[in-house]
Design a binder for this molecule. Structure first.
Ligand code: GLA
Length: 381
């Protein structure tokens, strides 16, 4: 895809900059971010490209190639758009930046991505972060990269209406090639953890569209807050496995399950970091399996298609570990697979999943990549 040429064809002049923002997978630590806990995502080598140039007026005109759709909005009248829903991610970011006192310029933009959309790979966070970096670059704003994840998260919470945590925006911004990002979502302290070099990340998109994801997601968040109130703590991050066991019988069935997931998942993230550091792939696989099981049985955010995909992946000889990734309710699983076996794995699991479900999945062999960046002038999508 020559995004510069597409921009030229659309607007009749060349773009000033092209921003690239990756998607992400999460190796482990699911539904822990909004509980102020631990996560271990990785940015991947699939993402979104946003080619941009400044305008003289206060309009933003965007052409989204993947959607064969275009829209325009004014920076002075930002409002939710139910027809061009993808534009809400750009609008929400523009709104929060202006609320924080940043003076923005209008822009022309062309958007294109090679990241499956709506598949739990954070295409929305990638678009938000790309938009923030584009606005920053066009006006040379004094907006430190460190502030971008929280601003984008706020845009999603307030403008889009999903009460998401900070993991996705953080991974998109600060991912690092060949590394996972161990993030403490309370303090935002983070550390890059090397992914063993002979492993590939295989994204296994079930092609099952996420259903009722936003409302079910917000409901899980409320249940966690209820759990935290019961234990008298600021967030479930503060509940240890021992504290949970001491009082679990006092909780209702639903809240008990939710809390058990979060408390044990936080523990698994820390164990995963240690296992990766010592190259203990057996433990890595066991932790991923336990995480999936907990999301399926206790947090209840998996669906049959994800379970089928994960079971098929886990049974493959080349696979180190597999689990659903992201919010759940559909979307993608991820598998860590030995490099030499990755292509065969993708072909075989793809065929087996299709045989089991009647749906053709999309399996992508990827690797961990750096976070958001501006392309060099001679670089293309
Ligand atoms: C979505 C949210 C994240 C996180 C995950 C679940 O991706 O955007 O903040 O909560 O779900 O781990």
């Amino acid at each position: 895809m020559n995004i510069r040429r597409k921009f030229q064809a659309r607007f009749g002049y060349a773009p000033a900059r092209v921003v690239w923002a990756p998607g992400r997978v999460n190796l482990i630590g699911e539904h822990t971010d909004y509980n102020e806990g631990f996560v271990l995502p990785a940015a991947i080598d699939r993402g979104l490209y946003l080619a941009v140039a400044p305008r003289r007026d206060r309009n933003v005109s965007v052409h989204a190639l993947n959607f064969h759709d275009a829209t325009a909005f004014s920076l002075d009248h930002l409002q939710r758009d139910s027809t061009h829903r993808w534009s809400n991610y750009l609008q929400g970011v523009a709104l929060i930046l202006q609320e924080r006192g940043y003076a923005l310029r209008g822009m022309d933009a062309v958007l294109w991505g090679d990241l499956p959309i709506g598949a739990s790979l954070s295409s929305s966070a990638a678009l938000q972060v790309a938009a923030a970096v584009a606005f920053k670059t066009l006006r040379d704003l004094a907006l430190p990269l460190e502030q971008i994840p929280a601003l984008c998260q706020r845009a999603e919470n307030d403008f889009v209406g999903v009460q998401c945590g900070i993991m996705d925006q953080f991974a998109v911004t600060f991912g690092q090639r060949e590394h996972a990002l161990f993030l403490d979502c309370r303090t935002l302290a983070h550390q890059h953890v090397p992914i063993p070099s002979d492993l590939k990340i295989v994204v296994c998109d079930t092609r099952k569209p996420r259903a009722l994801a936003a409302s079910a997601y917000n409901q899980r968040r409320q249940e966690c807050e209820q759990g935290a109130r019961f234990f008298g703590v600021a967030a479930l991050r503060d509940v240890s496995v021992e504290m949970f066991h001491a009082r679990e019988t006092e909780l209702s069935e639903t809240i008990r399950r939710r809390v058990r997931h979060v408390v044990t998942e936080n523990q698994r993230v820390r164990e995963m970091v240690a296992a990766l550091e010592r190259g203990d792939l057996k433990t890595v696989g066991a932790l991923m399996a336990a995480s999936h099981q907990s999301l399926r049985d206790d947090y209840q955010v998996s669906v049959r298609e994800l379970d089928v995909m994960v079971e098929l992946a886990q049974a493959h000889a080349g696979c180190v570990g597999a689990r659903m990734t992201g919010a759940g309710f559909g979307g993608a699983a991820l598998a860590l697979v030995h490099q030499d076996a990755a292509e065969t794995f993708a072909n075989q699991i793809s065929a087996a999943y299709q045989a089991a479900t009647g749906v053709e999945p999309q399996l992508l062999v990827t690797r961990a990549q750096d976070g958001v960046r501006l392309l060099a002038d001679n670089e293309n999508a």
